[in-house]
Design a protein around this ligand. Structure first.
Ligand code: FES
Length: 179
């Protein structure tokens, strides 16, 4: 009888040890599976996140576009010029073209205003008689220096940097904030 009892106790202990070992193995496998899942998610997710957020970290390229020979523009006149944007996509076609209102202030000084209204981005028109920029969408009006005269535009018209190179007027095609 006592022998039976001892055998049963030994069996209990051995099965407890076995179940503890199984638990340890299960816990280990669980941790391994979680670790491998995290690793797989990181391997797939990091390149995707990099692709999504890289444009936010990339600096906009500085590109100068020639818009015409200096002698083509008369002092005091404001004319529309068109040029390709700073980083056109290969399939963009004419949608890669943008425009500015270019004024020759003096022999050497030019000012280029963005054509896009600072309210909702409609293209503004130059009205030479009134020396004003008028927005056809919601009645925004700007003075000749681009400051707001009337209507909903919250800010003056942005200006592009302009330089003269090799007899050409060049406009810096980057740096205008999206309105
Ligand atoms: Fe120019 Fe609204 S978009 S006034």
């Amino acid at each position: 009888m006592e022998e039976d009892l001892n055998a049963s106790t030994a069996h209990d202990e051995s099965s407890r040890e076995e179940s503890a070992e199984v638990l340890t193995r299960r816990a280990f496998l669980n941790k391994l599976s979680v670790g491998l899942s995290v690793l797989a998610a990181a391997l797939v997710g990091l390149p995707v996140l990099g692709f999504l957020f890289a444009p936010l970290l990339r600096k906009a390229p500085v590109v100068w576009r020639a818009v015409g020979p200096v002698e083509q523009f008369r002092v005091g006149e404001t004319v529309e010029v068109t040029f390709q944007d700073a980083s056109p996509l290969p399939w963009a076609g004419v949608s890669a073209m943008t425009a500015a209102w270019l004024r020759r202030e003096s022999e050497q000084k030019f000012t280029a205003f963005s054509v896009n209204c600072t309210h909702l981005g409609c293209p503004v028109n130059w009205v030479p008689g009134g020396t004003l920029f008028m927005c056809p969408c919601h009645g925004g009006v700007y003075y000749k220096d681009g400051t707001v005269a009337a209507g909903p535009p919250p800010k003056p018209l942005p200006t592009y940097n302009v330089r003269l190179r090799n007899g050409q007027v060049e406009v810096e095609a980057s740096g205008i904030p999206i309105t």
